[in-house]
Design a protein around this ligand. Sequence first.
Ligand code: BGC
Length: 806
Amino acid sequence: MDIKQIIEKLTLEEKAALLQGWSTWTTREIKHLGISAMFLSDGPHGLRKQAEKGDHLGMGASVKATCFPTAATMANSWDPALGELLGQALGEEAAASHVHMVLGPGLNIKRSPLCGRNFEYFSEDPYLAGKMAAAYIRGIQKCGVVACPKHFAANSQELRRMSMDSVVDERALREIYLTGFEIAVKEGMPRAIMSSYNMVNGTYANENSHLLKEILRDGWGFDGMVVTDWGGDNDHTAGVKAGSNLVMPAPGANLARSLVQAVRSSELEESVLDARLREMLPVILETAEALKDAPCSFDEKAHHEIARRCAAQSIVLLENDGILPLTKKSEVALIGDFGAVPRYQGAGSSMVNPTRLTNLLEALTCRGMNLVGYAQGYSRTDPRPQPGMIREAADMAKQAEIVLLCIGLDEISESEGLDRRHLELSPGQQELAEEVCKANANVIFVLSGGAPFRIPRGARAIVHGYLGGQAGSEAMADVLLGDVNPSGKLNETWPLELEDIPCYDYFPSKERTSEYRESVYVGYRYYDTAGVPVRYPFGFGRSYTSFAYSDLTVNEECVSFTLKNVGDRDGSEVVQLYVSAPGKLLFRPKKELKGFAKVFLKAGEEKRVEIGLDDKAFRYFNMKTNAWEQEPGEYTLSVAASAAETKLEGRLIIAGTDAPAPYGTLPDYQTAAVDKITDAEFEVLLGRPIPDGSWSGMLTENDAICQLYYAKSGAARLVYRILKRMNEKTEKRGKPDLNILFLYNMPFRAMARMTGGMVSDEMVADILRMVNGRFWGGLGRLIADFFQNQYKNKKFMRQLEEAEHG
Ligand code: BGC
């Protein structure tokens, strides 16, 4: 039967029921028409298929799978080919577990280093993020498994992530927040995409036809299925109209009923349901067919080796005065809890149950390293300095020739559902670093963490493994001992101070809107243009060897130059191409990444390197013409070793398009004075008044549970206080409790999306009545609506049963 015939045979109830999940991880099956259920699983850096009952946030154990380095780590490799290899291994594991769709990669832009989920995202730069994501997608889909890049779009903060309105001007949206997705969709061709929780300019991403129809489907040619984030649906009918196909996880029958009702009342045409099914059913049926005979196992050892290679290629050498690489003879003390219990992935829905895990202590011992001892140094669950541990560590440091000090972000610092408030390490780690550096002059910091933090001073070398996955410690040993030349470069800028971050004043936004006032000035685009000094620039990383760049030629198709390894070790160099636009017609960042390559050269070897210029090289988005345009004039093309180290420069005249200037002069945007942007200037970019984001006096279905402090009902405020206390307690324990964090940020409407049909939208309205001060009236209605909902859902389920059994 072809898709058309299947759709003709489906009843209205079946059509509606197919557009939402059946369980936490599966879609609905319709046996009599041969539509099987699809199994969906996280996540971006390894498979998280829950063995028992699903709970979506990784509380229940999942089957063992290879834990690869997280996206933030892999982006430091600047190596899409390696990303594709990782994707393929991930796809093989998914196929072996009969998982049809992998929920990833995640490629939101790191607007602020404080976003709790940055470890799951690739970069502050859309070009790098897009190229890496496209590679993962190609790899995953090679195995017949569907990739589902996420979260589309402008989802860059965790606080109130399910109801925040990202207020962002169209140019920044296109140039910064969507370009990565554009590359991922056009070059990776994913068969699914996940809409984000938040609103984008006043409309939920999942109901946003500008995003889903005009841009994604009509503009980029996406023909797959759009899946909501878990609990992310707001108005199912609006979502379906806008081009969203599947609500997840399992909202029960009441959402399907809402679609049937919408068709019956002519609010929604049945042909729209058919259109969504025409997009979704081929993905379900073809994937089921592709995985039918998939092998049930994978080569665990080989995948572990891929994880190790990925981690090794992503390690960034930040400082080195020549103390690295180590020799096996050096007498080394290993200090820091992360040396014995690695931090190798982040918390939340992406958490993988690894097939094996080594720590640095074992990895160095296996390699025959001369270790004088190990000291814990700090507690990762108690941030305070631990005097006994510090004393022990300093004493050990005194006895060693060299100290490897393992520090970085601990578990509570970075997690889904939680944004950081500062850039500091725990006081315990800071004091330890100070004391160890006083005790020994040869200290090497070995860092872990998925986002920038303030690194103490005093080390002779700093090497950063980010979150290296299950083989991260072995990879670190490879680099420390010089078996692998470090070649990773930072996917993001490391600022000096918290206040230097361009969205400092607006992140994380606490009420209903998050104003992206900094517009296109994200990451290096800001620091560079405004001349703000940083700790480490975007694209930065040292090496044990060195490279010489020469003989640049440029034309409209490509740049080429000669790269020579002038050191005495083999190694790779990440070369970057930045383009600076004339910036006469409109304000522009000083330069933007438009190409890159990772080149391996033996010691003394040289190669001609070519980097192509694609359709993104000279374009900007013009809100007046509502199109991509090119500014006419002279462009500078810089071949660079990082955003702060240009090696070669060429110029090119581009005829450009004839578009009018999109706006007049905006002096603060011209100079990237992001802290001075006035309302009037931001409104020019937005093309509309800034929406009022303040709380309006009544809690609505889209306010989050953490806003219960506004409730009129004392009982509701008590619930808030209890939840807040529970949250604070888990923070103190140093281990994020994802269920509490989820609840905390969850809007009221999500109760009707996450309870398997037990709670309806009407019941949410009743609860809000109670919360807003009409307690008894609300309670009465709640009880009545509960029984109504049960009755209607049962009736609906009976109709489905009848259709199934004829
Ligand atoms: C996360 C998604 C994830 C989903 C399923 C959500 O809370 O935002 O990234 O894929 O849960 O676990």
